[in-house]
Design a protein around this ligand. Sequence first.
Ligand SMILES: [Zn+2]
Ligand SMILES: [Zn+2]
Length: 426
Amino acid sequence: MSQFHHLVKTQPAQVTALNLPPNTSCVLLKKRTISVEATPLPILQPDGVLVKVISTGICGSDLHNYLAGGVGGRPVTEPIVMGHESAGEVIAVGELVTTHKVGDRVAVEPGLPCRRCINCKNGRMNICMDMRYCGAPGSVGSLMKYFALPADMAPHIPENVSWDEAGSIQPLAIGVQIGKRADIRAHQTLAIFGCGPIGLITAAVAHAYSARKIIAFDVNPGRVEFAKKYISPLTGKPIIDHVFHIAPLPSSKRSDTPNGLSSHIGEAGTGGGITDGEVVDGHEEETESDMKWGWAKKRMAEILEQVGLVDEEGVDRVIEASGSEDAMLHGVAIAKQGATYLQVGLGHIQTNSFPTLAVTNKELDVKGITRYTASCFPSAIDMLSRGVVDLKQLITIKFPLTKSAEAFEAVASGKQIKVIVKNQEE
Ligand SMILES: [Zn+2]
Ligand SMILES: [Zn+2]
């Protein structure tokens, strides 16, 4: 089995002397099939640390790999240890390491850039062309009892950050990167599509950055209710100002829903006023996509009215964190002139409809995001430590490592927000 970081092939004597129990690991065998079994203990490198992993978050990309039986579009050709959102305690330190000692609490930065490709040389290591990433082909994941990594990729965690929260530092680091890519600044307005962990974490980061108004959407009523109750540690009030349940876009001009928009908006609002035929009169040749776009504009115009942003004609920043094509249409529709639209959610390989004319007319900055950059982990740890972001509320269920399959099924159910695996628990 491939190692995460492997220059030296022999385990140093100090690790052998620890007499560690078998390295129980969560191994993906094929589509929706996990085996919890012992895998070789990773070899401590001279510049590395060996970590007793305490907690690991499971995220949408793990779920994608689990359901698809592959990683990054590639099927699993050999069993692969999963997981990339971990934290734990240092139990051995390589001979060259001066920054860490046994007993240190650390997070795991899961991406090891090559340092040699053109993107790395340009300082954009998150889009390294030869990245080793925990749980991706060529690298073991961290959903195991003991994990070894370079010491500089194991940032220290202060005592006041709980282990459970520590298992969610990586998605918070992604939230920080979302803030950078979308250039989120104080007193802006945001629309977030998708109230899963990344959507909620993005809201928490924007709130910590002093966003003026945050609006969020989801198609899952349970997630809408959850998002409404995500409380700010700074104000004691909900982080998201308005959370809306939104139905899929209709693909015909006949009707949006039987009773118009208000029926599927989760907030009390007058809604209404939208009648059949209003949208497409005189445009018989309109395509299905055009009709969806028409509905998206109608819906978002009504939302802007409900949230008091009619005068501004949209929001400053749109974060699409669901991967749904409908959300993309809604997102462009609710963006104000000159806004930034960030695509975070993983959709299909391509979309059938994206309103490019509106992108041009509004002069939107449309961007993508991959992983996180150098300052994101320290910023995430700092925000948790200072208490300006709270992840504890997002952790809805925990499983011992031996129940990893159940953990993945819990993520798949869509009923949980953040699922944490306790790596040392049987
Ligand atoms: Zn993740
Ligand atoms: Zn590289």
